[in-house]
Write a protein that binds this ligand. Structure first.
Ligand code: GRF
Length: 227
C-alpha cells in the first residue's frame, strides 16, 4: 500500500492504552506547526487511560473501545476497525496501544498502520523489553517503529532510536531515559510519512522508491538517516 500526502497534511488515527505521552508529542509538534497532521480520532481500549484527557484537552475526538466488554476477541477487532474506518485516516498510529491488533482489525482497515515498540527490533518482540535487554547484558537499548502486520512486532522496521545502557540501569531508569527519545522518534517518523511516499513489501520498507536495507536511525539533530 502506498501513502501519498496531499499538501503534506496527513490524517491520522491514534490508538493508545495508557499515559499517552507519545500522543502528546504528536499534538505538541502539530501545535508548533512542525508536523502537518490532523488527528481525526484517538481510540483507547482502556477507559482510564490518561491519554484520553490529553486528547480531550487538545480538542481531539476520543472513543473508548473497552476490550473487556467484548466476549469474543474478533468482535473487539471488528468494532476497532469500524471506528477507525469511520474517520478514513491516511495512517493508523499505535502509540502505546497494549492490545494486539487482531487479523480482523488489520484486514478490516483501509490504511497502513505503524507501531511504536520499545526495543531494537528484531530484538525483544513482546513485553518486558527493558529487563530482557538488561538480562542479556546488552550495551544499548532503544525503540523501533514498524509497519503493523499479522506477526506481533514483526512487520518491516522503518526507524529506530538507540540509547546506551549505563552501569546501574534498571528497567525503570531505562524506560525513563528512552521515553523522550521515543517522542522524538515518533514525530520524526510521522513527519516522514507526511513528506514522502512510504510503503512496504515483504522485502522491507520502501522510501521514495528505494528499498532500505536497515531501519533509519534517529540522529541527535532529530533527523532520520541511514547509518
Ligand atoms: C511507550 O514506551 C511505548 O514504547 C510502549 O508503551 C509506552 C507508551 O507510552 N509500547 P505512552 O502511553 O505514549 O506514554
Amino acid at each position: 500500500m502506498t501513502l501519498v500526502c496531499m499538501n503534506n497534511q496527513l490524517r491520522v488515527c491514534v490508538l493508545i492504552s495508557g499515559s499517552g505521552s507519545n500522543l502528546q508529542a504528536l499534538i505538541d509538534q502539530r501545535d508548533a506547526g512542525s508536523l502537518p497532521i490532523e488527528i481525526a480520532l484517538v481510540i483507547s481500549n482502556n477507559p482510564e487511560a490518561a491519554g484520553l484527557q490529553r486528547a480531550a484537552k487538545a480538542g481531539i475526538t476520543c472513543q473508548v473501545i473497552d476490550h473487556k466488554l467484548f466476549e469474543a476477541r474478533s468482535d473487539f477487532d471488528l468494532a476497532l476497525a469500524a471506528a477507525i474506518n469511520q474517520v478514513k485516516p491516511d495512517l493508523l498510529i499505535l502509540a502505546g496501544f497494549m492490545r494486539i491488533l487482531g487479523s480482523g482489525a488489520l484486514s478490516g482497515i483501509h490504511c497502513d498502520a505503524i507501531n511504536l515498540h520499545p526495543s531494537l527490533l528484531p530484538l525483544y518482540q513482546g513485553t518486558h523489553t527493558y529487563q530482557r535487554a538488561l538480562d542479556a547484558g546488552d550495551s544499548e537499548h532503544g525503540a523501533s517503529i514498524h509497519f503493523v502486520t499479522a506477526e506481533l512486532d514483526g512487520g518491516p522496521v522503518i526507524s529506530q532510536v538507540r540509547i546506551p545502557i549505563l552501569p546501574g540501569d534498571d528497567s525503570e531508569s531505562l524506560a525513563a531515559r528512552l521515553g523522550p527519545q521515543e517522542h522524538r522518534l515518533i514525530t520524526a517518523t510521522v513527519e516522514l510519512f507526511c513528506r514522502r511516499q512510504v510503503s512496504f513489501t515483504q522485502a522491507g520498507v520502501i522510501i521514495d522508491a528505494n528499498l532500505i536495507h536497515n531501519p533509519l536511525q534517529l540522529n541527535s539533530d532529530g533527523s532520520l538517516g541511514q547509518k
